[in-house]
Design a protein around this ligand. Structure first.
Ligand code: SF4
Length: 242
Protein backbone atom coordinates (compact mmCIF):
# COMPACT_ATOMS: atom_id res chain seq x y z
CA UNK A 1 0.00 0.00 0.00
CA UNK A 2 1.71 3.25 -1.13
CA UNK A 3 1.44 6.63 0.66
CA UNK A 4 1.34 10.29 -0.29
CA UNK A 5 4.22 12.32 1.10
CA UNK A 6 5.34 15.89 0.47
CA UNK A 7 9.07 15.87 1.24
CA UNK A 8 12.07 14.00 2.65
CA UNK A 9 15.22 15.61 4.02
CA UNK A 10 17.90 15.20 6.70
CA UNK A 11 17.97 18.03 9.22
CA UNK A 12 17.85 18.95 12.90
CA UNK A 13 14.79 18.50 15.10
CA UNK A 14 13.60 21.98 16.03
CA UNK A 15 10.79 21.24 18.48
CA UNK A 16 10.31 19.62 21.85
CA UNK A 17 12.74 17.82 24.17
CA UNK A 18 14.72 16.31 21.25
CA UNK A 19 15.60 19.72 19.83
CA UNK A 20 19.05 19.60 18.25
CA UNK A 21 18.91 15.88 17.37
CA UNK A 22 19.59 15.06 13.76
CA UNK A 23 16.83 13.14 11.97
CA UNK A 24 15.65 12.11 8.53
CA UNK A 25 12.25 13.79 8.15
CA UNK A 26 9.46 12.17 6.15
CA UNK A 27 6.57 14.59 5.79
CA UNK A 28 3.29 12.83 5.01
CA UNK A 29 0.41 14.52 3.24
CA UNK A 30 -3.19 14.79 4.49
CA UNK A 31 -4.52 16.01 7.81
CA UNK A 32 -7.99 15.81 9.34
CA UNK A 33 -7.60 19.13 11.21
CA UNK A 34 -7.37 22.80 10.21
CA UNK A 35 -5.36 24.52 12.95
CA UNK A 36 -5.30 28.30 12.64
CA UNK A 37 -1.51 28.40 13.18
CA UNK A 38 -0.65 25.53 10.78
CA UNK A 39 2.79 26.08 9.22
CA UNK A 40 2.41 23.27 6.66
CA UNK A 41 -1.07 23.92 5.17
CA UNK A 42 0.16 22.74 1.75
CA UNK A 43 0.43 19.20 3.15
CA UNK A 44 -3.24 18.87 4.13
CA UNK A 45 -4.19 17.69 0.63
CA UNK A 46 -2.64 15.09 -1.65
CA UNK A 47 -0.37 16.12 -4.51
CA UNK A 48 1.12 14.40 -7.54
CA UNK A 49 4.75 14.61 -6.45
CA UNK A 50 7.12 14.89 -3.49
CA UNK A 51 10.58 16.43 -3.13
CA UNK A 52 13.82 14.97 -1.80
CA UNK A 53 16.70 17.17 -0.66
CA UNK A 54 19.78 16.36 -2.76
CA UNK A 55 22.22 16.78 0.16
CA UNK A 56 21.57 17.90 3.77
CA UNK A 57 21.48 21.64 4.24
CA UNK A 58 21.68 22.52 0.53
CA UNK A 59 18.01 23.43 0.11
CA UNK A 60 18.21 21.83 -3.37
CA UNK A 61 15.60 19.22 -4.17
CA UNK A 62 14.60 16.79 -6.87
CA UNK A 63 11.01 15.65 -7.44
CA UNK A 64 9.51 12.19 -7.60
CA UNK A 65 5.97 11.00 -8.27
CA UNK A 66 3.43 10.27 -5.56
CA UNK A 67 2.37 7.88 -4.16
CA UNK A 68 5.61 6.46 -2.78
CA UNK A 69 6.05 2.72 -2.23
CA UNK A 70 7.68 1.12 0.80
CA UNK A 71 10.88 -0.01 -0.97
CA UNK A 72 11.34 3.37 -2.62
CA UNK A 73 10.94 5.26 0.65
CA UNK A 74 13.26 2.94 2.56
CA UNK A 75 15.95 3.37 -0.11
CA UNK A 76 15.74 7.19 0.06
CA UNK A 77 15.86 7.17 3.87
CA UNK A 78 18.96 4.93 3.85
CA UNK A 79 20.68 7.24 1.37
CA UNK A 80 19.94 10.29 3.55
CA UNK A 81 20.99 8.63 6.81
CA UNK A 82 24.35 9.84 8.21
CA UNK A 83 26.59 9.03 11.21
CA UNK A 84 25.10 11.75 13.43
CA UNK A 85 21.48 10.97 12.49
CA UNK A 86 19.49 9.31 15.27
CA UNK A 87 15.84 8.90 14.20
CA UNK A 88 13.47 8.89 11.27
CA UNK A 89 10.88 11.56 12.02
CA UNK A 90 7.43 10.72 10.65
CA UNK A 91 5.69 14.08 10.44
CA UNK A 92 3.08 15.86 8.38
CA UNK A 93 0.35 16.58 7.76
CA UNK A 94 -0.82 13.75 9.98
CA UNK A 95 1.30 10.59 9.71
CA UNK A 96 -1.18 8.38 11.61
CA UNK A 97 -3.50 8.64 8.59
CA UNK A 98 -0.83 6.48 6.92
CA UNK A 99 -0.54 3.94 9.74
CA UNK A 100 -1.19 1.01 7.37
CA UNK A 101 1.78 2.10 5.25
CA UNK A 102 4.06 2.90 8.21
CA UNK A 103 3.34 -0.56 9.62
CA UNK A 104 4.97 -2.14 6.59
CA UNK A 105 8.28 -0.23 6.94
CA UNK A 106 11.25 -2.40 7.84
CA UNK A 107 13.88 0.13 8.80
CA UNK A 108 16.84 -0.47 11.09
CA UNK A 109 16.43 3.05 12.54
CA UNK A 110 14.27 4.27 15.47
CA UNK A 111 10.99 5.90 14.42
CA UNK A 112 10.03 9.27 15.95
CA UNK A 113 6.35 10.09 15.38
CA UNK A 114 5.00 13.67 15.39
CA UNK A 115 1.23 13.37 15.58
CA UNK A 116 -1.84 15.44 16.35
CA UNK A 117 -2.91 12.33 18.28
CA UNK A 118 -6.41 12.28 16.83
CA UNK A 119 -6.50 8.58 15.89
CA UNK A 120 -6.25 6.25 18.91
CA UNK A 121 -7.23 3.21 16.82
CA UNK A 122 -4.29 3.79 14.49
CA UNK A 123 -2.01 4.51 17.46
CA UNK A 124 -2.84 1.02 18.78
CA UNK A 125 -1.86 -0.52 15.45
CA UNK A 126 1.47 1.32 15.33
CA UNK A 127 2.61 1.59 18.92
CA UNK A 128 5.05 -1.32 18.81
CA UNK A 129 6.96 0.30 15.94
CA UNK A 130 7.33 3.78 17.44
CA UNK A 131 10.31 4.59 19.67
CA UNK A 132 9.37 8.19 20.47
CA UNK A 133 5.89 9.75 20.21
CA UNK A 134 5.43 13.51 20.14
CA UNK A 135 1.70 13.97 20.75
CA UNK A 136 -0.13 17.28 20.38
CA UNK A 137 -2.96 18.47 22.54
CA UNK A 138 -4.95 21.06 20.63
CA UNK A 139 -6.75 23.83 22.48
CA UNK A 140 -10.20 25.24 21.60
CA UNK A 141 -8.63 28.52 20.44
CA UNK A 142 -6.49 26.65 17.89
CA UNK A 143 -9.64 26.27 15.79
CA UNK A 144 -8.44 22.80 14.72
CA UNK A 145 -11.86 21.13 14.53
CA UNK A 146 -15.61 21.64 14.89
CA UNK A 147 -15.72 18.72 17.37
CA UNK A 148 -13.28 19.77 20.08
CA UNK A 149 -14.43 17.51 22.93
CA UNK A 150 -14.14 14.46 20.71
CA UNK A 151 -10.64 15.51 19.57
CA UNK A 152 -9.43 16.04 23.13
CA UNK A 153 -10.79 12.63 24.16
CA UNK A 154 -9.01 10.98 21.21
CA UNK A 155 -5.77 12.82 21.95
CA UNK A 156 -5.74 11.70 25.57
CA UNK A 157 -6.46 8.12 24.54
CA UNK A 158 -3.63 8.23 21.98
CA UNK A 159 -1.20 9.63 24.56
CA UNK A 160 -2.18 6.88 26.96
CA UNK A 161 -1.61 4.20 24.28
CA UNK A 162 1.84 5.45 23.27
CA UNK A 163 2.85 6.06 26.88
CA UNK A 164 2.61 2.31 27.49
CA UNK A 165 5.20 1.36 24.88
CA UNK A 166 7.11 4.43 23.62
CA UNK A 167 8.95 7.41 25.06
CA UNK A 168 6.08 9.89 24.95
CA UNK A 169 5.75 13.63 25.44
CA UNK A 170 2.99 16.17 24.92
CA UNK A 171 3.28 19.43 23.00
CA UNK A 172 0.82 22.31 23.29
CA UNK A 173 1.01 25.41 21.09
CA UNK A 174 0.52 28.60 23.09
CA UNK A 175 -1.16 31.54 21.35
CA UNK A 176 -1.42 35.06 22.80
CA UNK A 177 -5.14 34.34 23.37
CA UNK A 178 -4.58 30.94 25.05
CA UNK A 179 -6.74 30.80 28.14
CA UNK A 180 -5.87 29.49 31.58
CA UNK A 181 -8.94 27.26 31.40
CA UNK A 182 -7.96 25.52 28.17
CA UNK A 183 -4.44 24.77 29.49
CA UNK A 184 -5.97 23.54 32.74
CA UNK A 185 -8.08 20.97 30.82
CA UNK A 186 -4.99 19.73 28.97
CA UNK A 187 -2.98 19.52 32.20
CA UNK A 188 -5.77 17.60 33.99
CA UNK A 189 -5.98 15.18 31.05
CA UNK A 190 -2.25 14.44 31.10
CA UNK A 191 -2.18 14.18 34.89
CA UNK A 192 -4.94 11.54 34.72
CA UNK A 193 -2.72 9.41 32.45
CA UNK A 194 0.73 9.95 34.01
CA UNK A 195 1.98 13.15 35.68
CA UNK A 196 5.54 12.26 34.60
CA UNK A 197 4.81 12.68 30.88
CA UNK A 198 6.87 15.70 29.73
CA UNK A 199 4.53 18.61 28.91
CA UNK A 200 5.99 21.11 26.44
CA UNK A 201 4.56 24.59 26.03
CA UNK A 202 5.54 25.80 22.57
CA UNK A 203 4.87 29.51 22.00
CA UNK A 204 3.52 30.03 18.49
CA UNK A 205 6.04 31.31 15.94
CA UNK A 206 4.33 34.48 14.80
CA UNK A 207 4.57 38.26 14.86
CA UNK A 208 2.04 38.04 17.73
CA UNK A 209 4.32 37.18 20.64
CA UNK A 210 3.28 35.44 23.85
CA UNK A 211 4.74 37.44 26.73
CA UNK A 212 7.33 35.91 29.07
CA UNK A 213 5.05 36.72 32.01
CA UNK A 214 2.21 34.72 30.46
CA UNK A 215 4.44 31.73 29.66
CA UNK A 216 5.69 31.67 33.23
CA UNK A 217 2.10 31.84 34.54
CA UNK A 218 1.10 28.86 32.39
CA UNK A 219 4.21 26.93 33.48
CA UNK A 220 3.21 27.48 37.11
CA UNK A 221 -0.28 26.24 36.44
CA UNK A 222 0.99 23.07 34.74
CA UNK A 223 3.83 22.60 37.23
CA UNK A 224 1.38 22.23 40.11
CA UNK A 225 0.17 18.92 38.65
CA UNK A 226 2.84 17.69 36.23
CA UNK A 227 6.46 16.79 36.97
CA UNK A 228 8.21 17.89 33.76
CA UNK A 229 6.96 21.16 32.27
CA UNK A 230 9.11 23.11 29.79
CA UNK A 231 8.82 26.04 27.41
CA UNK A 232 10.58 25.25 24.12
CA UNK A 233 10.10 27.48 21.04
CA UNK A 234 10.54 26.32 17.43
CA UNK A 235 14.34 26.42 17.11
CA UNK A 236 14.43 25.48 13.41
CA UNK A 237 12.39 28.59 12.58
CA UNK A 238 14.85 30.77 14.54
CA UNK A 239 17.87 29.17 12.86
CA UNK A 240 16.39 28.91 9.36
CA UNK A 241 16.63 25.09 9.15
CA UNK A 242 14.13 23.06 7.14
S1 SF4 B 1 -2.49 19.03 12.96
FE1 SF4 B 1 -0.55 19.87 12.19
S2 SF4 B 1 -0.64 19.60 9.95
FE2 SF4 B 1 -2.73 19.32 10.75
S3 SF4 B 1 -3.68 21.35 10.52
FE3 SF4 B 1 -2.86 21.20 12.62
S4 SF4 B 1 -0.79 22.09 12.52
FE4 SF4 B 1 -1.43 21.64 10.38
Amino acid sequence: MPAHISEIFNSIQGEGPYVGVRQVFVRFEQCQLHCAYCDTPQTRNVSGSYRVEKAPGTGEFYSLKNPVGRDELEEIIRKLWSPSTRHVSLTGGEPLIHADFIKTLELEYPLYLETNAGFPGKAKELRDKISIASCDIKLPEHDSTDHYSELLKNELETISIFNETSTTFVKVIILPETTTQSIAFAVDGVESIDPAIPFILQPVTSSRKVSTERLLELMELAGKKLKDVRVIPQMHRMMGFL
